[in-house]
Design a protein around this ligand. Structure first.
Ligand SMILES: NC(=O)c1ccc[n+]([C@@H]2O[C@H](COP(=O)([O-])OP(=O)(O)OC[C@H]3O[C@@H](n4cnc5c(N)ncnc54)[C@H](O)[C@@H]3O)[C@@H](O)[C@H]2O)c1
Ligand SMILES: O=c1ccn([C@@H]2O[C@H](COP(=O)(O)OP(=O)(O)O[C@H]3O[C@H](CO)[C@@H](O)[C@H](O)[C@H]3O)[C@@H](O)[C@H]2O)c(=O)[nH]1
Length: 435
């Protein structure tokens, strides 16, 4: 099938590459010329394990092309997938301006009958809104059908999540359009769930809000565990054994970040308020997460009294491992709070430093290794659980620090190794400290 994808962000690019991998002819269109130039050279503008290999492979096989021209990219497409951003507006609702522009771009350039698939995360009712927008401005006389097809991939495992998805949601009121999209995905051999458009839109928000709430719930339990002397790692394990609860997304820490959970929980809350349907559980999910992001700084303040003049080594900047994405990363608030309290911060991240510099700026310094960041530090903050940090030679790291104090925001250091590292103060989340 001939497919065009609008947007080459995490979703657009992963989708385009994976659809090419299963044999479709894909053109990815983006308004960002720099991204398209990079992609044309076989390089991925984002760090995502496995993506660049598939990009190069499918481009060289002639199944994957990139362009900034809507006219060129849309000329032959039977299916057009919209994967542009839907960021958060100031009042919490989803900002649909990129989507509106994408609809205008399509209206001006569609030259044949086709199916338009909205993959971007959009509030309930948006598919209908876009359909009206599109049909109202359509330049050529073509038949357009819309399908809602929300995306569930995670950054850092986007390719595997796409190729081996738990489910694909197809929301459509048109049987023919639904069948065509089912056919497009059939080579993936993934369970398909067919539903109406509004339910498909809601499934995406409900899924993200539920996962975010699960994280806030375990973080609430973690804070209680600390107070009563229990160990949240064991508690989560014990809870997760119950199939009705499930072990996933019960990792306590310094809260969720990223380009999705924070904005999608707020957007769903905005929808509930607009409808006059109270959903205070979501407010609590957000409040616990905000509190959690301040946890390490609070603990350090309690330990040191004041942070003025202290040097803090921050390990990890990205919102989670295996990505260089800094959107809503807890590290941003932590760096800001530390510097506001007068601390000096040296941060190290295997891949996210240059993106971090654009957001956090030069109020902190960026080291080339964990060891360099830790030199003369009064405390070490573990902010992202990169595998590299789990493998650290902690004894050597502690030796270059001024004080042997670790605040582990992701409970990722091995306590047995820590015990063997000599004198240490270790403060994990939701578990007894080692002093
Ligand atoms: N990032 C994720 O892990 C993830 C997962 C599932 C769903 N989503 C949702 O998918 C959507 C896209 O997310 P993302 O992280 O890939 O976004 P992104 O911001 O990384 O990328 C969006 C891309 O769209 C391009 N674009 C904007 N307007 C355009 C237009 N008119 N024509 C062509 N290209 C245009 C931008 O230049 C950008 O490259 C959002 O709605 C998001 O909520 C994201
Ligand atoms: O037990 C857990 C699991 C995750 N997190 C944090 O939650 C955030 C999000 O993690 P994850 O879900 O792995 O990353 P995303 O790439 O943001 O993916 C989420 O957001 C996407 C965008 O909507 C969805 O498609 C995915 O299904 C959904 O998992 C990160 O800050 C993690 O550190 C925890 O604190 N504890």
């Amino acid at each position: 099938m001939k497919v065009a994808v609008l947007g080459t962000g995490y979703v657009g690019l992963s989708t385009g590459v994976c659809l090419a991998e299963i044999g479709h002819e894909v053109v990815c269109i983006d308004v960002d010329k720099r991204k398209i130039d990079t992609l044309k050279q076989g390089k991925s503008p984002i760090y995502e394990p496995g993506l660049e290999e598939l990009l190069v492979h499918n481009s060289s096989e002639g199944r994957l092309a990139f362009t900034t021209s809507h006219q060129q990219g849309l000329s032959e497409a039977e299916i057009i997938i919209i994967a542009v951003g839907t960021p958060q507006s100031d009042d919490g609702q989803a900002d649909l301006s990129f989507l509106e522009q994408a609809a205008k771009d399509l209206a001006g350039h569609i030259v044949r009958d086709c199916i338009v698939v909205i993959k971007s995360t959009v509030p309930v009712g948006t598919n209908e809104y876009v359909k009206q927008l599109l049909l109202g401005q359509l330049k050529n006389n073509c038949e357009i059908k819309l399908v809602s097809n929300p995306e569930f991939l995670r950054q850092g495992s986007a390719i595997q999540d796409t190729l081996k998805a738990d489910r694909i949601i197809i929301g459509s009121d048109d049987e023919g359009a639904s069948e065509k999209i089912q056919e497009m995905y059939r080579p993936l051999d993934v369970p398909l769930l067919l539903t109406d458009v509004r339910s498909a839109e809601m499934i995406k928000y409900a899924s993200n809000a539920f996962l975010a709430t699960k994280i806030s719930f375990i973080n609430g339990i973690a804070n209680l565990c600390e107070a009563v002397g229990a160990d949240v790692e064991d508690v989560a394990k014990g809870m997760g054994c119950d199939k009705r609860i499930g072990a996933a997304f019960l990792k306590a820490g310094i809260g969720y970040g990223g380009s999705c959970f924070p904005k999608d929980v707020k957007a769903l809350l905005h929808t509930s308020r607009k409808q006059g349907i109270p959903f205070s559980l979501l407010e609590e999910t957000i409040a616990i997460n905000d509190h959690q992001q301040e946890l390490l700084v609070g603990k350090a303040l309690k330990r040191f009294g004041e942070l003025k003049g202290k040097k803090i080594a921050m390990l990890g900047l990205s919102f989670k491992p295996e990505t260089d994405d800094m959107r809503e990363a807890p590290s941003i608030k932590i760096a800001q709070s530390l510097t506001a309290a007068g601390a000096r911060v040296a941060a190290y991240d295997p891949v996210a430093a240059s993106n971090a510099r654009e957001i956090i700026g030069d109020v902190i310094t960026y080291a080339d290794s964990a060891m360099e960041a830790a030199k003369d530090a009064d405390a070490l903050f573990i902010v992202t659980e990169w595998e590299e940090f789990k493998q650290l030679n902690v004894a050597a790291l502690l030796d270059v620090m001024k004080q042997r104090i670790i605040f582990d925001g992701r409970n990722c250091l091995d306590e047995v190794l820590l015990q063997a590292s000599g004198r240490i103060e270790y403060y994990p989340v939701g578990r007894p400290a080692v002093i």
